[in-house]
Design a protein around this ligand. Structure first.
Ligand code: ATP
Ligand code: MG
Length: 488
């Protein structure tokens, strides 16, 4: 129970200290209400009626009124036990119950709890502040080797948080690859006034078709066949002929787009297969993502990433202007190359940030991301405003979840059912989350759900939704700063 004057609300942690025991119990308030008592309600109604109907003088020699007012305004906090503190260490289990009569209850700050939970690491990521105004810092080590999900409704600040995390990871010398749908991550390289910041040298922007093209030779058989099969949907017969053509081209040292076309023309096979291959060739050519002649410069991901070492950096793959086919081509190429490079230990383990991945990630990659790719060293963060676009199974495998506000019941259901935290906490806290606040769940907070106000950006924020009214404002302004800083 909380008196009206006591400042404690949803999401706060409380410590129940029993003097006789050696430790204390940690609970988290997940819901608050007035005391649900029939007689109190009747009292309030009676007071109201009396006040409205009879004028008189209040005589209260024993000052009972103030006590009864306190009782009416007292709040009932529903809490969940999150663990106990014993010998100065936070433990997830509780083996005893405190006394109801003698125990003292006091607030305990989130940052103190995180300290007590014994996380160790060097890569600090400052996300924002807690309700008490303390800085909220998590460790990059908790994202290492893990799958994270950032979700919430539209414009709730998901990309903003993801940029803060990317920026901190890069500052801590990690290698990050980003699939950027709205051309917004480029701002990471600039301060809010548009000048280049200390990581700008290590932020590389790749625009497919412009400064990001690949050659057949560089892709190699494995990636080419995978492209043909999964992105260009070649049927079995055509795929077989394609494999034969690729082998032939490789033997003759002519593995390039031009020779591929010439070979299709002269290749002896079924006309329908020939047609099918030719139409795929046209798609590849028109995508502009493949070098059409040998002297066109190609991008070698491996070289790009090794050049960024040992300091690490961010490689932003800009997908905004790409058609859906090109998006899928690019993502397939980047992922298959990353896996190859990691397999041969040419590049260090890499963090992957994928915005709205359901728009371009093929079906079979989802399971790969949580299992196989993680073993190779690709640690993914998925960012989406459509929680049902990610399969339930993937939420269960997620090590960290950052939840922004959701009001839609179906979305809440989905998240509450699938994540590791209990559904009451998620339902009642997430529904009432203010803007720019998020609930952090998972390893990164030692499985203690925590509320954070995400801080403002220290970099240029791009990617605001374009609006008709008030067009000349913010986003355009920031782009202009960016363009100006590039020109001069
Ligand atoms: N903590 C914050 N402090 C200041 N500005 C913020 C904060 N979080 C978000 N914003 C701003 O709010 C706007 C929306 O944020 P953001 O683009 O991150 O939302 P989103 O959830 O990714 O939206 P969408 O669903 O459209 O992708 C942006 O202009 C961003 O700069
Ligand atoms: Mg976004």
């Amino acid at each position: 129970m909380a008196l009206p004057g006591e400042s404690v609300s949803q999401g706060d942690y409380l410590e129940i200290v029993d003097e006789k025991e050696l430790g204390s119990i940690i609970v988290q308030a997940y819901d608050e209400s007035y005391i649900p008592s029939q007689s109190l309600t009747e009292d309030i109604i009676r007071d109201q009626i009396l006040e409205a109907s009879a004028r008189g003088i209040d005589l209260d020699p024993h000052e009972i009124a103030s006590v009864s007012e306190l009782i009416k305004d007292m709040r009932l906090l529903k809490c969940k036990i999150r663990g106990s503190i014993q010998n100065g260490l936070m433990l997830p289990n509780v083996s005893w119950l405190p006394s109801r009569a003698r125990s003292k209850i006091r607030k305990i700050s989130q940052s103190k709890l995180l300290d007590l939970s014994g996380q160790t690491g060097m890569a600090r990521i400052e996300i924002g502040t807690t309700k008490d105004g303390e800085a909220f810092t998590v460790l990059g080590e908790a994202m290492d080797g893990n799958l994270s999900i950032i979700t919430g409704k539209k414009e709730s600040g998901k990309s903003h948080l993801s940029k803060i995390i990317v920026s901190s990871l890069v500052r801590n010398h990690a290698t990050v690859v980003i699939f950027d749908l709205n051309n917004e991550y480029e701002g990471l390289a600039y301060r809010t006034d548009g000048t280049r910041n200390e990581i700008s040298e290590r932020v590389v922007l790749l625009e497919p078709g412009r400064n990001f093209k690949v050659s057949f030779d560089y892709l190699g058989e494995f990636s080419l066949i995978s492209l043909m099969q999964h992105v260009l949907d070649a049927p079995g017969a055509s795929l077989r002929e394609f494999i034969r053509i690729i082998e032939y081209l490789k033997q003759h040292g002519k593995l390039n787009l031009q020779s591929f076309e010439e070979t299709i023309q002269t290749w002896r096979c079924n006309e329908l297969v020939k047609d099918a291959l030719h139409s795929r060739f046209q798609l590849m050519k028109s995508s502009g993502f493949f070098c059409s002649s040998q002297d066109e410069s190609e991008t070698r991901l491996g070289e790009l990433i090794t050049n960024l070492q040992p300091l690490g950096g961010a490689i932003i793959v800009s997908l905004k202007k790409c058609s859906s086919l090109v998006k899928r081509l690019v993502v397939e190429v980047v992922l298959s190359k990353l896996v190859q490079l990691l397999e041969r230990e040419i590049i260090p383990p890499t963090f992957l940030f994928a915005e709205e991945a359901h728009l371009y990630l093929r079906e079979t990659y989802w399971d790969d991301i949580v299992t196989r790719m993680r073993h190779f060293g690709i640690f993914t963060t998925l960012i989406t405003n459509q929680p049902d676009a990610i399969k339930e199974g993937i939420y269960r495998q997620a090590d960290n979840i950052f939840l922004f506000n959701f009001t839609n019941e179906a979305d809440l259901d989905m998240i509450a059912k699938a994540s590791t935290a209990d559904s009451e906490t998620i339902r009642s806290i997430v529904r009432t989350l203010p803007r720019r606040h998020c609930l952090v769940l998972g390893k990164i907070v030692s499985d203690l759900p925590m509320l954070v106000k995400v801080s403002e950006a220290k970099f240029l924020t791009l990617g605001q939704t374009k609006k008709f009214f008030g067009r000349s404002q913010s986003n355009d302004h920031h782009r202009k700063i960016l363009i100006a800083s590039k020109t001069f």
